[in-house]
Design a protein around this ligand. Structure first.
Ligand code: C2E
Ligand code: C2E
Ligand code: C2E
Length: 88
């Protein structure tokens, strides 16, 4: 696959995110904190975010949305099920 496709459903594991070093996850952690604040949603173990937001984050990380999805799965921030189906 080209790695261009973003995750199908973006549900961030907030507990895992907090365990990772800030130099890796800084932009994502700040983005998630901002969304929590905008929603007043502070009590969840996970946070569902927009696919559009993943595209914006990919630009910040200088990756394609698909590459960022793989990175987040590697870090344990997204579950493997978030990996988009490959086109054969
Ligand atoms: P789901 O989408 O599979 O979410 C499962 C559970 O993950 C939710 O249970 C909630 O505890 C947690 N969760 C997911 N995203 C977030 C988030 O952004 N913030 C927080 N704090 N928790 C989150 P819950 O709340 O009992 O919801 C059960 C199911 O009800 C959800 O399953 C979903 O199918 C539906 N649902 C709940 N809220 C919404 C919504 O805003 N939009 C839609 N379309 N469905 C919703
Ligand atoms: P908004 O974008 O004008 O959305 C207003 C309200 O519409 C939201 O209030 C929410 O109740 C609902 N809404 C909009 N899009 C969706 C969606 O895809 N799924 C669900 N379940 N509801 C949706 P809320 O949650 O109080 O958010 C207030 C404002 O905070 C939003 O205004 C938006 O400006 C910002 N915001 C919140 N969460 C996000 C996010 O995940 N990404 C972005 N880019 N902005 C967000
Ligand atoms: P969801 O609530 O199950 O919404 C699934 C998809 O339906 C969204 O994917 C979006 O494409 C569409 N959708 C739902 N509500 C609205 C709306 O009010 N306006 C528009 N234009 N589209 C809507 P998306 O954007 O990838 O969001 C994924 C999940 O992120 C949502 O699942 C919801 O759990 C969460 N989310 C996104 N934006 C907001 C928000 O502003 N507030 C809250 N509380 N949750 C949000």
């Amino acid at each position: 696959s080209s790695g261009a496709e973003p995750a199908t459903k973006v549900v961030i594991n907030l507990e895992r995110l907090q365990q990772l070093p800030a130099e890796k996850v800084g932009p994502l952690a700040r983005y998630a904190a901002t969304i929590q604040s905008q929603r007043g949603d502070y009590n969840g173990k996970v946070l569902s975010i927009r696919t559009e937001d993943l595209r914006s984050l990919a630009i910040i990380y200088d990756m394609t949305p698909g590459e960022l999805t793989e990175q987040l799965i590697d870090w344990g921030v997204l579950p493997p099920e978030a990996r988009p189906a490959r086109e054969e």
